[in-house]
Design a protein around this ligand. Structure first.
Ligand code: FAE
Length: 528
């Protein structure tokens, strides 16, 4: 937030936070380049376009999160969520729905453009961030580079040496990736929960590995010492961090605004894309107010269009454009190749003597790495469950190598899209996660927790995911660099390029692929 505000104070930004109070007539606004969405893919596109001297407009459906509420905080806390927590809901929908089977977690809230959304499809719901910074505002900050061998399996046409030599390092540097001090990790009460899970994994003969993060660990140590306001150590994460996290508004987007060539319009949701007769693109966008009402419908024109609405947002826009006939030449594979990155969440119950600690940092720093087990590859993030009391729960987000994929289809009746993912496809992830955690339970004489995911004794939360991937897969719906097949000067830069699985938490991969796309596009497509 600070960097963005500093840039604004220095007169370097033209961020457009328009008043949503009155309906205005539709206007047509033109920019050489438009970027839809301000998550990882959109932020990289905006920065690199701005640096190249190309005037660029970013359209983001969520808010700019920089204004404190009446409590003096920009984001609400996880323990007492209010309207800022979720995107137009009357009750929060936290991933962990219950504790001891009781609905102690969720709260009634008023409808507001809050920062976390849970998008519901028939058999799968997907958590996404809403606002300037997209998923970076709500995620756990785990900044993991995938195994090169698995990256190459998923992206056989991409030059892996170039990715690992140039684009992954570039992405990590810009994102502000850092690692926890191992000595502090071993001694602090805030990561006892992680050390306990590590011990249990090791008892089962499993390997664990530290994972980097974009949360500032120097700041976290000051939180622990009592010299900085608590954020990760204050339970903040899924509804936003008030301090410590290097979200995109502080990194890529602040730099993009600093070029002087980039403007971000917030609370504007693009609903349609078409092509004018001269080959430029025309976007229809609804500007909404804090109640969600459409207060203005605008049309924008651009020469270069970059889609960074995330796997859900980009897939929806392109499937709709193809199937309504607005962009009929889009490839048949648009909408296909979608997966959950094999996500499954679960909890284990520890013995009374194996306390995990009442104090837990919300930023994960370790994973159980059994990806090399070809019979059952799983990478499981050791996740926090900060409740301010001892609960003896070890929580995990397992990333399994689930080969199942689904497609988005256009629903003419609603104008939206359906996602064909089924419960049977989630069961594949569960069976892989179960094999790993049965081993851990057997080695430690422990059992699963049955009380965390609603009243039905559900052990494996397989009906939601954090890592939606695919829908506009690189090399299928696009060329090898994200140029959308069938149209020129139309690009995808976000998680919809990743074919449903990447084996680790995905944002570093999304960022690095976007860097690769922008380097190529700026070198080849935008020359006068
Ligand atoms: P994303 O960041 O979702 O940005 C898309 C943006 O576009 C959003 O701001 C939307 O509001 C906006 N948008 C969408 N449609 C439109 C439209 N039609 N008009 C205007 N704006 C639009 O996309 N990943 C990790 O690597 N490490 C983690 O620790 C991690 N933890 C997570 C925890 C949670 C709770 C969640 C929800 C996700 C987590 N992820 C994590 C996933 C990560 O945040 C996600 O892969 C990226 O944010 C996806 O980046 P994209 O650029 O694809």
């Amino acid at each position: 937030m600070v960097a963005l505000q500093t840039a604004a104070a220095a007169g370097l930004t033209r961020i457009s936070l328009q008043s949503a109070s009155a309906a205005e007539p539709a206007v047509v606004d033109n920019a050489p380049a438009i970027v839809i969405g301000s998550g990882y893919g959109g932020a990289v596109a905006a920065l690199r376009l701005g640096q190249a001297g190309i005037r660029t407009l970013v359209l983001e459906m969520g808010r700019l999160w920089n204004t404190p509420g009446s409590d003096g905080k920009v984001f609400c806390t996880t323990s007492a969520p209010d309207q800022r927590s979720m995107w137009f809901r009357t009750r929060t929908e936290a991933p962990l729905a219950s504790f001891l089977w009781l609905d102690l977690v969720n709260r009634d809230i008023s409808r507001y453009p809050g920062v976390l959304d849970r998008v519901h499809f028939a058999d799968m719901s997907v958590y996404v961030g809403r606002g300037v910074g997209g998923g970076s505002l709500v995620n756990g900050g785990m900044a993991v580079t995938p195994l090169q061998s698995y990256f190459s399996e998923q992206f056989p046409t991409v030059d892996a040496a170039e990715m690992y030599g140039t684009y992954f390092p570039r992405a990590r540097a810009m994102l502000g990736v850092n690692t926890v001090d191992p000595a502090w990790f071993e001694s602090t009460e805030w990561y006892k929960f992680t050390r306990v899970s590590r011990k249990h994994a090791q008892n089962a003969g499993l390997k664990t590995t530290f994972v980097p993060n974009v949360y500032d660990f120097g700041y976290m140590q000051r939180e622990a010492a009592g010299t900085a306001t608590k954020s990760a150590l204050g339970g903040e994460v899924i509804y936003g961090n008030n301090h410590g996290k290097r979200s995109l508004d502080q990194t890529y987007l602040a730099a993009a605004l600093g070029t002087g060539n980039v403007t971000i319009n917030t609370m504007e949701r693009v609903r349609a894309i078409r092509r004018a007769t001269d080959g430029t693109y025309v976007l229809t966008a609804d500007r909404i107010d804090n109640t969600g009402a459409v207060v203005e419908t605008k049309e924008y024109g651009c020469t270069y269009l970059f889609l960074g609405g995330g796997s859900l947002g980009t897939s929806e826009l392109l499937v709709r454009a193809r199937d309504t006939g607005a962009l009929p030449a889009l490839d048949a594979s648009v909408g296909a190749g979608w997966g959950t990155n094999g996500n499954v969440m679960l909890g284990r119950a520890n013995h009374l003597w194996d306390t995990v600690g009442a104090n837990q940092s919300t930023m994960p720093v370790m994973g159980i790495d059994d990806w090399a087990n070809t019979a059952n590859p799983v990478f499981a993030e050791i996740a926090p469950l900060p409740m301010g009391l001892e609960h003896w729960v070890s929580l995990y987000l397992a990333i399994t190598k689930n080969p199942q994929r689904a497609s988005f289809t256009y629903d003419a009746a609603s104008g939206g899209v359906r996602l064909g993912w089924t419960a049977a496809q989630s069961a594949v992830s569960v069976s892989m996660a179960r094999k790993l955690f049965d081993r851990i339970n057997a080695a430690n004489s422990t059992i699963y927790r049955y009380d965390l995911f609603g009243s039905s004794n559900k052990v494996f939360a397989d009906d939601f995911c954090y890592h939606p991937l695919g829908g506009c897969v690189l090399g299928k719906a696009t060329d090898n660099y994200g140029r959308v097949k069938g149209y020129s000067k139309l690009y995808v830069t976000d998680g919809s390029l990743v074919p449903g699985s990447i084996g680790v938490n995905p944002f570093v991969t999304i960022t690095a692929l976007a860097e690769r796309t922008m380097a190529r596009v700026l070198a080849e497509d935008t020359a006068p």
